[in-house]
Design a protein around this ligand. Structure first.
Ligand code: CUA
Length: 326
């Protein structure tokens, strides 16, 4: 590798970290905007300080190396060593403290309960006035124009919920509910990632964050609350038969059918999600087949057993059925 390569690689990594669907510096929510603003101000301040300090070193070593008068030295220590940092740190602290109440504000109209599982996310929507949760998984959809409340839990070990484009991160702790609220501003698809080491597939515990306009969100939530669509094609019906024969409903729920398991993700509207297996695969039939055949190969330690005893035709039918659950 030539000497220029590592430098180019670093530059590319640094630049690509500033944009894209999983960046704190490409904010799409009010809280993330505050964090990004704070970051740029602190970075700017650090650059100015670095230039000042190095300028000062250069001045006293190269331009004017003579000793300062005791009076000037004292002024430099008091001014540069006490007054200046006190003013700068007090300003930063007041800005940060003034932001905290806003970020801690409770959400309104919509509460979403998110539970960290091994290694996926259980997501239950609780619209205001409803006490029946609408179950989903591995995807958090939120409307713009309001602050939504998130109630965070964990089933076995500590996880950390984080969608960088929307806001900060919050730990999910077994036996103790934590909370946060988010106020997305720009519709789009974003990516979240578990931010606390939680086991062998921690790095494969991602989450899709989908921000929608209020009207689109209301329509989506209404559809999400409905039971699963009945399979129409012969292939999908064969897939449903495989699903039942293999006992998939023992772990997974498909509302409106006999499948009512709660160990694994709710599959009622699986086909309508943007990703599969907690953000690691696209929601496509080939990915569904690969996942069902051998989940452990794609996500080490995954609790779902492999179904490699199924024939290609059976797997294909199963994928067709699941894909149709939109
Ligand atoms: Cu869940 Cu790391």
């Amino acid at each position: 590798m030539s000497a220029a390569r590592p430098g180019l690689l670093c530059a590319a990594l640094l630049l690509s970290a500033c944009s894209g669907e999983q960046s704190v510096l490409a904010p799409a929510g009010r809280d993330a905007e505050v964090l990004a603003t704070l970051f740029w101000w602190m970075l700017g301040g650090a650059v100015v300080l670095w230039l000042l300090m190095n300028g000062l070193f250069f001045y006293v070593t190269r331009i004017r190396p003579q000793a300062l008068s005791p009076r000037a030295a004292e002024a430099l220590i008091i001014g540069g060593g006490i007054v200046f940092p006190t003013v700068v740190l007090a300003a930063l602290l007041s800005f940060a403290l003034s932001e905290m109440p806003k970020q801690r504000e409770p959400g309104e109209n919509l509460t979403v309960r998110i539970t960290g599982e091994s290694w996926w996310w259980r997501v239950d929507y609780l619209p205001e006035g409803s006490d029946t949760p609408i179950a989903s998984a591995n995807e958090l959809r939120l409307p713009t124009g309001q602050r939504s409340e998130l109630k965070l839990n964990a089933s076995e070990v500590i996880h950390s919920f984080w969608i960088p484009a929307l806001g900060g991160k919050t730990d999910m702790i077994p036996g103790r509910e934590t909370r946060m609220s988010l106020e997305p501003t720009v519709p789009g698809d974003y990516r979240g990632q578990c931010a606390e080491f939680c086991g062998e597939s921690h790095a494969l515990m991602a989450l899709a964050g989908v921000v929608m306009t209020p009207d689109d969100f209301a329509a989506w939530l209404e559809k999400q609350a409905a039971p699963a669509a009945l399979p129409t094609s012969a292939e999908a019906l064969r897939g449903l038969a495989v699903f039942n024969a293999e006992g998939c409903g023992g772990c997974h729920a498909v509302r409106g059918t006999e499948a009512a398991g709660t160990v694994g993700p709710d599959l009622t509207h699986l086909g309508g999600r943007v990703t599969l297996a907690a953000g690691i695969l696209p929601m496509e039939r080939d990915a569904l087949i690969r996942w069902i055949r051998d989940p452990g190969a794609l996500k080490p330690g995954a609790r779902m057993p492999g179904y490699d005893h199924l024939s290609d035709a059976e797997l294909s039918a199963l994928a067709t059925y699941l894909e149709g659950l939109e």
